[in-house]
Design a protein around this ligand. Structure first.
Ligand SMILES: NC(=O)c1ccc[n+]([C@@H]2O[C@H](COP(=O)([O-])OP(=O)(O)OC[C@H]3O[C@@H](n4cnc5c(N)ncnc54)[C@H](O)[C@@H]3O)[C@@H](O)[C@H]2O)c1
Length: 359
């Protein structure tokens, strides 16, 4: 049977799905609905049947699956309508704008006996999987800090993303991916503290954040830092991870495939862990011992892991869930945790304080 999909909202991301996922075995894009006639023309050109109304799409018996790819504020309404029409549903991220909304959506999916999932495609990013592999293999020793960053330079938020009422802002746009990656890595470690700073650097109406920095404390470590900015002209590494026996740096998403240095792992040579006898280094403003470079013969450089990264796994999992009752990878419980975290992020930023929690 597989997925016979109707898409609600045929904008930028829906075009991506229809272009890239339609070659996956068991996945077929059948029809689409968008309020914008130009998008419906585009669907037709791509061989996807345009529907004259949302009802036409929902009543279409040839589809068993709906992808919701509208602006964020409409996810809840569209998901519930699709579930009530008897369809399985995947919504684009963020799943919705609050935990209360998500609980209603999950209750509808349970009532309908249909699956509800979210397109958290960045769980299959190569840089994320490489970082995770190094951490989980113990290559860095006991990890005490993980920093995850994404920076752009164009500045601000565009279109509906610039308005709060449509679910705009960077926390909901990129934050949701980066939080999801880290919480998916630590499903059983409680978050015990959240501290967030949100800014409106170029957002003149000050409605949504175009920069944020969040620090999360996990029970028994590590400390997680997530920072996203749309207006930073020199980026810090995509990943910077420090353990008690090594440091990892991944420069950006390409991991060196663009010919530049992709990052690496540096750690003490075996048998030379811990402190070394420091050498005094003279700097223009004075001598330093503690910040002198570690002698090269006491350290080793390792290449980054190069894991297989295949985002189509998300779709293949959905086909397997529908056809064989397999376990859903992006399941509602993990989605709820990320939504609750984002609520705490907004709460912390508004209050100016860190929030103790048990998440
Ligand atoms: N997972 C990812 O990597 C990723 C990347 C980009 C966007 N997204 C998500 O995809 C969703 C869409 O983002 P986008 O960049 O494609 O936005 P977009 O503005 O390009 O597309 C949204 C489309 O929804 C349509 N629409 C609006 N109201 C509608 C309604 N009532 N009924 C039907 N259609 C309606 C618009 O006409 C538009 O064509 C968002 O939730 C966004 O967060 C996810």
């Amino acid at each position: 049977m597989g997925l016979n999909i109707g898409i609600i909202g045929f904008g930028g991301m829906a075009h991506w799905h229809a272009t890239h996922a339609s070659n996956i075995e068991g996945v077929k894009y059948v029809c689409a609905y968008d309020v914008d006639p130009k998008q419906m023309e585009s669907a037709k050109e791509m061989g996807i049947r345009p529907c004259a109304s949302l009802e036409e799409l929902l009543n279409d018996q040839s589809i068993n699956f709906v992808l919701v790819a509208t602006p964020n504020h409409l996810h809840k309404e569209m998901v519930i309508k699709a579930l009530r029409a008897g369809k399985n549903v995947m919504t684009e991220k963020p799943a919705t704008l609050s935990v209360a909304d998500w609980d209603e959506m999950v209750a509808e999916s349970e009532k309908a006996g249909k699956i509800l999932t979210v397109h958290q495609n960045r769980r299959w990013d190569k840089d994320y999987l490489a970082m995770r592999q190094a951490v989980e293999a113990g290559t860095l020793g006991k990890v005490y800090s993980i920093e995850s960053r994404v920076f752009g330079t164009v500045g601000g938020m565009y279109g509906w993303r610039a308005f709060k009422q449509y679910g705009g802002g960077m926390v909901l746009d990129w934050g949701v991916h980066l939080f999801d990656q880290l919480l998916f890595m630590y499903p059983d470690k409680k978050i015990v503290d959240v501290k967030a700073e949100l800014m409106h650097l170029l957002e003149v109406n000050k409605e949504v954040d175009d920069y944020f920095k969040v620090m999360l404390k996990l029970e028994d470590g590590p400390v997680l830092t997530v920072e996203v900015g749309s207006y930073a002209f020199r980026a810090l590494p995509r990943w910077y991870v420090v353990g008690d026996n090594g440091t990892l740096e991944i420069v950006d998403f390409t991991m060196g495939n663009d010919g530049k240095e992709g990052g690496g792992i540096t750690r003490p040579r075996f048998g030379m862990e811990g402190k070394v006898a420091p050498v005094v280094v003279q700097t223009p403003a004075g001598p330093t011992r503690m910040m002198a470079p570690r002698p090269p013969e006491t350290r080793e450089e390792l290449p980054l892991p190069r894991p297989e990264a295949d985002w189509t796994e998300l779709y293949k999992n959905l086909v397997d869930v529908i056809d064989n009752g397999a376990k859903l990878i992006v399941e509602p419980k993990g989605v709820r945790r990320v939504l609750r975290l984002m609520e705490l992020v907004f709460e912390s930023a508004e209050s100016g304080h860190s929030i103790a929690c048990d998440l």
